[in-house]
Design a protein around this ligand. Structure first.
Ligand code: CAA
Length: 260
């Protein structure tokens, strides 16, 4: 399927998804959200893809938010549907079997910050700007910003950002735990590719089980989370990757994982 608002490139085990509406600073309208849903559905079913990088086209923006021109005339019912659509797409990204690395190359505002937070890891350029400016538009966030931001940076910091609409730069995002690492703009994509490659070289079933244990476990109390972890740990012992990984260690050689 061809996409109008998204570019997809697959290089080895890494897929790069680029949101491609640079004239609108990659703002998310309904069509773009639906295309994102499709591309991540396809990637999730493709076992040859081991990691996904999500970025924005152009030098200015990752995603400057949900599309304000699209939203302006929505009715209450349509607004609710739009929020549910965005949330469903971001949940699909968060729960993709493979890790998703956001390469945040500029503005990540509103729905853009919310999209970045649905990714597993956020690498950012020193020119990146984060914020949840919805209150400037007379609305609260709708794509799960009120839920993911406090879980990532804590309730107090999240409330300050959400109530003021203030923008913060990449360094500040790093300081409060919103960003994993900050790079000079020209080095960001290569850093994301290197990280994706590093993860691709590990046991892929182990990576997927780890992601599942974190995502599922954080929704449970600690005892249930640990019980779930023990289940996925046990499951790994049914795989060739476990035999190969442990045998290779004892034979003092590099493992050759097959993802089986
Ligand atoms: N929706 C639609 N169009 C957008 C947009 C958005 N979120 N953000 C930027 N654009 C468009 C601008 O309208 C402009 O289009 P034209 O050239 O046709 O006029 C183009 O992108 C370039 O933007 P600017 O001229 O404004 O660029 P700038 O450098 O002066 O400012 C900016 C950049 C600070 C990011 C500014 O564009 C801005 O504040 N954008 C809106 C950010 C925002 O409020 N995002 C939250 C949206 S609400 C949301 O996301 C709700 C939710 O949780 C679901």
């Amino acid at each position: 399927m061809g996409f109008e608002n998204i570019l997809l490139e697959v290089d080895g085990g890494t897929a790069i998804v680029t949101i491609n509406r640079p004239k609108a600073l990659n703002a998310l309208n309904e069509d773009t959200l639906k295309e994102l849903d499709q591309v991540f559905t396809d990637l999730g079913a493709d076992d040859s893809v081991h990691a996904v990088i999500l970025t924005g086209a152009g030098e200015k923006a990752f995603v400057a938010g949900a599309d304000i021109s699209f939203m302006k005339e929505l009715t209450a019912v349509e607004g609710r549907s739009f929020a549910l659509l965005g949330q469903a797409v971001f949940n699909r990204i968060e729960n993709l079997p493979q890790p998703v690395i956001a390469a945040i190359n500029g503005f990540a505002l509103g729905g853009g910050c919310e999209l970045a937070m649905a990714c597993d890891i956020r690498l950012v350029s020193d020119s990146a700007k984060f914020g949840q400016p919805e209150v400037n538009l007379g609305v609260p966030p709708g794509f799960a910003g009120t839920q993911r931001l406090p879980r990532l940076v804590g309730k107090g910091r999240a409330k300050e950002l959400l109530y003021t609409g203030d923008m913060i730069d990449g360094q500040e995002a790093y300081r409060i735990g919103l960003a994993n690492k900050v790079y000079p703009a020209g080095e960001l994509l290569d850093a994301a590719k290197a990280l994706a490659k590093k993860i691709s070289g590990k046991g892929q079933i182990a990576v997927r089980l780890t992601k599942s244990a974190i995502n599922q476990g954080l929704e449970m109390d600690a005892a249930r989370g640990m019980a779930y972890e023990a289940e996925v740990f046990g499951l790994a012992f049914s795989t060739n990757d476990q035999t190969e990984g442990m045998t290779a260690f004892l034979e003092k050689r590099k493992p050759e994982f097959k993802g089986k």
